[in-house]
Structures are given as C-alpha cells and as structure tokens.
Design a protein around this ligand. Structure first.
Ligand code: UT7
Length: 332
C-alpha cells in the first residue's frame, strides 16, 4: 500500500477460552461468611470460572483462546508476527507468558512480551499493538488478555475471593486503510493507587520466604472502598473525555465495553456517557472479574451483535492505578 495512505489497526477476529469448572455464589457461601444476596447486590456477580486442573497456568487459558481466534479468522499461528499478553498472573515471573504461549500454539514466527497493567492491561496492550500495526512493520498482531486469578486469590478472604475468575480472550489486529479499527486511546496511571490494590510479596521488594507465605502475602490485597471511589470517577471521566475529544456523544456510540469489576462502577460510567443500558456489555454475572480478560471476553460474547462501522468505547480501571478508554470502529 502507498506510504501516504493512513493505516489503522482493525480488529479482525476474536477468540476466547474459559474453564468449565464453575464457582457459584452458593459454593462461596460454604467457604466463607458471605451470601448470594450480598454478592449480587454489591457486585453483580453470580458465578465465575476456575482453572482447577493442577499443572495449568495462564498460558493454558491464552493458548486455546488464540487458537480459536486463528481458526475463526482462517489463519495459521505461523502467520502471527507478535503476541502481546496482558496479565498479572504470568505462568512464571520470567520468561514472559507470551513466549510460552507462542511455543504452545506453534507461533514460530512471532515475537512477544507481557504487559502488566492489571485490569487496564488489555487497553494498554491494544494501544501498543495498534502502534505496531500503524508503524507498517507488522501485519498480524495478537493481543490477548489472560488471567488465572484463582492462583492469587485467598479463598478464606471474603472481601476478595467473591470477585475474581479465570479466563482469556484475544483479538487479532491487522492493517486497514478504510478508517476501521483502533482510532483513539486515552490511557492514564497513578502509582499512588498501588497502596490500595497489590500483592505484597514475591517481587524484588519482598522476595518469597516462609514468613511471606505464612502471612498470606502472595494473594491479592484490596482495600475495596478507595478503589471503588477512584474507579467510578476514573472510568467515567476518561470515557467522557475520549468522547469529547473525538466530537462524539453517547448517541454516536453503539456499545460501551467496560471492564467488569463491579456492576455499580459500570452503571456510573454508562450514565456519565449518556448511554442507555441496552448499549452496555455486561457479563460480570457469568465470569466475575477476570482482570485482563474482561473486555475481550465481552467482545467475544457480543461478537454476533457487533456490526461493521459500530463505534465502540472500551473502558477500564484497575490496579496501579491504571485506567483508560479506547475508541474502536468495528471492522467486520
Ligand atoms: O478490577 C480491579 C479494580 N477493582 C475494583 O474496581 C473493585 C472496587 N471495589 C468494589 O467493587 C467494592 O468496594 C467491593 C465489591 C470490593 C466491596 O463492596 P463495598 O460496597 O465497598 O463493601 P465494603 O468493603 O464497604 O463492605 C461493606 C460491608 C462490611 O461490613 P461492615 O464493616 O459494614 O459490617 C464488610 O465486612 O460488607 C462486608 N463484606 C461482606 N459481607 C458479605 C465484605 N465482603 C463481604 C462478603 N459477604 N463477601
């Protein structure tokens, strides 16, 4: 294509994988002091999927999601140029899970890396992936959001164990000359938020020891209320700003695709954007919060409802703090 032609990164396919094992609110009632009513009304969650098979990690969620994506798009994994894996639950601290995924799916010609931006990981990765396409150097970039949250959740802590689930979902990015694809991204971060949502040990600051294990410091720690407050404001503000700077209103938007952490956060964002509930993708009741996987998992669940030319806004808020919103024109 001529060098003067503007290239955008179109999403040309989606794939997903979630384990069969379900963890319902009723199951959790037997594990911790909680109840179905509290969980539904405070979060919107009814059940989550858990990768319970021993010896399986996040790459075992991501690999089948990408293989499904390749099959749906009719390409071989060998055609993939790059795999970007958004995750906070890598198989190992190193090497990157993206490398392990490439090996498992036979993506012999791909390079790749992991992006760690918690619940905003998919948006950060999508933005980087789109830039690789726009650079004209790469033709097929896979962005996968994958998290085995059950590996880092303390199932004796009722404040966190009700929230999370395991899943992976992936999109393929390819060059487009007709203006479809990732059109704009507004991404933010504020490290002062790390105090409210983090894992205390296992990093270089506090390496794993018998003491850190005994103190349960290898699990998600969350101070829910400050995160909730920051999320309601952060996700709504950034989504509104994205619309404004693209001269769009809620009427121009076909779908809001929000990170699925809490139904109340999603409702606040939709309200602020002036969107009616029928334009908002919500599947939190079925999967809980799957961290980096929530947004592409929505795209997968709604794949038959998306139409070519639809303006969609992807929005997230999460650990870091990290947050952002991305405008996509659906390409098929
Ligand atoms: O995706 C990453 C970003 N994360 C988020 O966006 C999550 C943001 N935070 C939230 O979604 C909410 O803060 C939570 C869902 C985590 C908690 O909801 P909340 O309305 O903020 O509840 P709370 O923490 O203020 O707790 C209210 C009460 C407390 O009892 P007291 O002190 O009022 O007696 C908690 O101990 O609810 C109690 N509680 C529970 N009760 C039954 C906390 N967890 C549970 C539970 N079952 N699982």
């Amino acid at each position: 294509m001529p060098h003067t032609q503007k290239i955008t990164a179109a999403i040309t396919g989606v794939g997903a994988y979630f384990p069969e094992t379900k963890l319902t609110n009723a199951d959790l009632e037997k594990m911790v002091d909680t109840n179905d009513e509290w969980i539904r009304s405070r979060t919107g969650i009814e059940e989550r999927r858990i990768l319970s098979e021993p010896g399986k990690g996040t790459s075992d969620l991501a690999a089948p999601a990408i293989l499904q994506l390749c099959e749906r798009r009719g390409i071989s994994p060998e055609e993939i140029d790059c795999i970007i894996c958004a995750t906070v639950t890598p198989d190992m601290v190193f090497p990157a899970t993206a490398n392990i995924i490439s090996h498992k799916i036979g993506a012999k010609n791909a390079w790749g890396f992991d992006v760690e931006a918690a619940c905003s990981g998919f948006l950060y990765s999508l933005t980087v992936g789109a830039s690789l396409i726009e650079s004209r150097r790469y033709k097929k970039v896979v962005v996968v959001g994958a998290d085995k949250m059950s590996a880092i959740v303390d199932y004796t802590d009722r404040t966190t164990c009700i929230l999370f689930g395991d899943a992976a979902a992936a999109v393929l990015l390819e060059p487009n000359t007709e203006g479809y694809g990732v059109l704009d991204s507004l991404l933010k971060s504020d490290g002062s938020g790390s105090a409210y949502l983090h894992m205390k040990a296992g990093g270089s600051l506090k390496p794993a020891s018998a003491e850190t294990v005994a103190a349960k410091e290898h699990f998600v720690f969350q101070d829910g209320q400050p995160v909730f407050k920051a999320a309601v404001k952060g996700m709504a503000d950034v989504s509104a700003e994205l619309l404004e700077r693209n001269n769009l209103t809620g009427d121009d938007i076909a779908w809001l695709v929000p990170h699925q952490a809490n139904k109340r956060i999603i409702d606040a964002t939709a309200n602020r954007m002036g969107l009616s509930p029928d334009k908002v993708m919500i599947n939190i009741h079925r999967y809980g919060n799957t961290t980096a996987a929530t947004i592409p998992l929505c795209l997968w669940d709604w794949k038959h409802d998306l139409n070519k030319g639809d303006n969609i806004v992807l929005a997230a808020f999460g650990g870091g703090f990290t947050w952002g919103a991305t405008l996509v024109k659906w390409a098929y």
